[in-house]
Write a protein of this length. Structure first.
Length: 331
């Protein structure tokens, strides 16, 4: 798949470098995927490739504190020893609407389906308070707790598949995946930070741990809020996402102790890493991504921006997103 360089302002890159350390050695330049090229050569349809089960297999996971976690696995029938990848959802919605969207019988916007068709064993995990994973007794979720739950899930995957999975985190899930990769580098293959919503120079405000979680109801407006760039998400697909998101997550999960994310350090990553986002993503700002990317020390790293896309690029342009992801995973 050909990449064409996406030009960034030199001043922005210089500003992104740490004031206390030099910029790291050059790595893969930020690149922009050609959406038109992807549309001209779409991914294979389901009837042209391996058969994908209609529903994923449920996989039992028990966290280190005994809490039951919901995880699923989707892979094509008849595929021997598939490589595994674990998908970590964002702040508001759980793994099924985020990564296995169905628009009627059309599964072309399901990242899980597209990766399974490419030969992967695809896992999706619901963190506490999301989808089919219940809250624990506290009612809250904290970054450190999410990281250890992720460790429990990857341990199950390693036991089943015989090797550590690749790991993709979207939005808030990218922060969880980053923190996990720092603390459990042996527990993953490659790392994908998608729609990374954080300025590496900003620290979270301290907040008290007391109080009851809000348990606010989710809304159709919130479900549509990630589809920002006009014309990128067909109305039928947006409607399907809203319906499936509200059904899976009628109540918003509650987080606290967000200052635990302050332990994130781009220089501490040792796994091959892909930074990927839509060029119009308002949460993964290009200057923030430049800081993140240039402060990494790992040599095997890439940065891809998808044109005419924003925060939900994998739903807006599934062919382009999947091809960019597979190119990195196969490299």
């Amino acid at each position: 798949m050909q990449l064409r360089a996406c030009v960034l302002l030199v001043a922005s890159l210089l500003a992104a470098c740490s004031t206390t350390t030099d910029c790291p050695p050059a790595a893969s330049a930020p690149a922009e995927r050609d959406t038109q090229q992807s549309e001209d050569a779409p991914l294979a349809q389901a009837d042209e490739g391996p058969r994908i089960p209609a529903e994923p297999e449920l996989v039992a996971v028990t966290a280190d504190d005994g809490h039951a976690l919901h995880m699923w696995r989707l892979t094509a029938e008849g595929v021997d020893d598939p490589p595994a990848i674990l998908l970590i959802h964002g702040r508001t919605w759980s793994s099924a609407p985020d990564f296995d969207l169905r628009v009627g019988d059309d599964r072309s916007r399901s990242l899980a389906h597209n990766l399974a068709a490419a030969g992967y064993a695809v896992y999706g995990l619901d963190l506490r308070g999301y989808g089919q994973t219940k809250r624990d007794a506290s009612g809250w979720l904290e970054p450190d707790r999410a990281v250890e739950d992720l460790a429990a899930a990857t341990a199950v995957i390693r036991e089943r598949e015989g090797e550590a999975p690749d790991l993709l985190g979207w939005s808030n899930g990218a922060l969880v995946a980053h923190l996990y990769a720092q603390r459990h580098a042996e527990g993953l293959g490659k790392l994908v930070l998608y729609g990374y919503p954080r300025d590496p120079d900003v620290r979270a405000a301290e907040a008290p741990k007391s109080g009851e979680p809000a348990r606010a109801k989710t809304t159709a407006e919130a479900a549509r809020s990630d589809f920002i760039t006009p014309g990128t998400m067909p109305e039928a697909a947006a409607d399907a996402f809203v319906e499936q998101a509200l059904a899976a997550d009628p109540v918003r999960a509650d987080w606290r102790s967000l200052q635990q994310f302050d332990a994130i350090d781009p220089a501490a990553l040792t796994s091959p890493t892909l930074v990927i986002h839509g060029v119009h993503d308002p949460y993964a700002k290009q200057l923030w991504m430049a800081k993140l990317f240039t402060r990494m020390k790992v040599e095997a790293r890439q940065w891809v921006m998808l044109p005419n896309a924003d925060h939900a690029a994998h739903l807006e342009h599934p062919e382009a997103f999947t091809r960019a992801l597979l190119a990195f995973l196969a490299d």
